[in-house]
Structure formats: C-alpha cells, structure tokens
Design a protein around this ligand. Structure first.
Ligand SMILES: Cc1cc2nc3c(=O)[nH]c(=O)nc-3n(C[C@H](O)[C@H](O)[C@H](O)COP(=O)(O)O)c2cc1C
Length: 175
C-alpha cells in the first residue's frame, strides 16, 4: 500500500507553441500542492512508466488531431497505460464561452478512441487553449480566421485547477 507522498504521477504533454505546456505545469503544481509527487515532462522526454502509478496526458489540437508525438505516446504505451490510472486532456479552442459548447461535445480525436477504450481513462476533457499570432505562421493565422477562432490566451486556470484537484482527490482516496 502506497502512502500519498509515495504516489508518483506523470503529467506529460505535447505542445507546438507552449499553451499546453502551461496547462500541464498548472496540473503538476496542483498535484504537488495536494501532497502528491508530480513530474511534468514533454512526451518526447518520457522513458519508462514504471515509477508512476498515474499518468495525465494532454495534447494541443491542430485541425482535429492531437500532436503526432502524443498519439504515438498513447499507442506505444497502451499496455502500461491500461495498468495505470490515466486522465487525458485536449488543449483546443480559443474564444469565450463554455469549452464543451465551443467544441460541440468533442473532447478527443475519434481516431484515437479505440486506444482510449482499451486504456479506460478515468476522464477525458478539453480545455480552452491559446493562440499567439506572433508565434504562428501566416497559414496558421489564415486557418484560425477561417474557422472564426479568435487569437489570444483563453486558458481557464480555474477549470484546469478544479480538474487537477479532482484527480488528486481520486488518487488520495486510492492511496
Ligand atoms: C492551424 C491551427 C489549427 C487549430 N485547430 C484546432 C482544432 O481543430 N480544434 C481546436 O479546438 N483548436 C484548434 N486550434 C487551437 C489550438 O489547439 C490552441 O491554440 C492550442 O492551445 C495550442 O496549443 P500549443 O500552444 O500547446 O501548441 C488550432 C490552432 C491552429 C493555429
């Protein structure tokens, strides 16, 4: 039986421009504050999942897909993830309003759903993202304009913190 402070959680993410990294950092901070040990790492830097009892995995969404490295991580670690408590999140829409309404219920790429069905995550959610026009190229700015997605940072820190607190509560309940 593990005590709370022996429980290691991996918070791992795929980002192009940093918005998702910020969301992962906030989740890690909340888990640490709750007395758990969280490592926050980009998916490309993750090796063995052995030390972790739980994994939170998130990716930025580009044209309906997760970043390639996040999809790859999910596929290649499917068995190890299926043995752990897993939470998934997408970092997506810009614009005001309820994130799930903005996404019309979408939370996660359908193409990856069969893998998620085998992993059985505790929850899959989506958060508002951020689009910084100074970082994006002309094509990306054009796409956002075409789908009427505003530029700016719309990350909802309260929603992110609340979700992380729920994860901590569930894990502490299991410790
Ligand atoms: C070219 C482009 C396409 C995007 N496509 C989607 C999309 O299909 N769905 C969505 O919710 N957000 C979409 N976004 C918004 C990004 O997912 C959002 O800005 C995200 O937070 C960026 O994360 P990152 O900074 O970690 O890369 C798109 C943004 C760009 C620039």
């Amino acid at each position: 039986m593990l005590t709370e402070d022996e429980m290691k959680v991996l918070v791992t993410y795929a980002t192009k421009y940093g918005a998702t990294e910020g969301i992962a950092a906030k989740i890690g901070e909340m888990l640490d504050q709750a007395g758990l040990q969280a490592d926050v790492l980009p998916v490309k830097q993750v090796g063995d999942l052995g030390p972790y009892q739980a994994v939170v995995l998130g990716s930025a969404v580009y044209i309906g897909s997760w970043r390639r490295e996040a999809s790859k991580f999910l596929k290649s670690n499917e068995n190890a993830l299926a043995e752990r408590a897993v939470w998934l999140f997408s970092s997506g829409p810009t614009g005001k309003g309820d994130v799930h309404e903005l996404l019309q219920g979408w939370r996660f790429p359908g193409r990856l759903q069969p893998i998620a069905d085998r992993i059985q995550p505790r929850d899959i959610t989506a958060f508002h993202g951020a689009a910084d026009p100074d970082k994006m190229n002309g094509f990306e700015r054009w796409i956002l304009k075409n789908v009427n997605a505003p530029e700016g940072d719309f990350r909802d820190w309260d929603a992110i913190a609340a979700w992380a607190t729920k994860i901590a509560d569930e894990l502490k309940g299991a410790a």
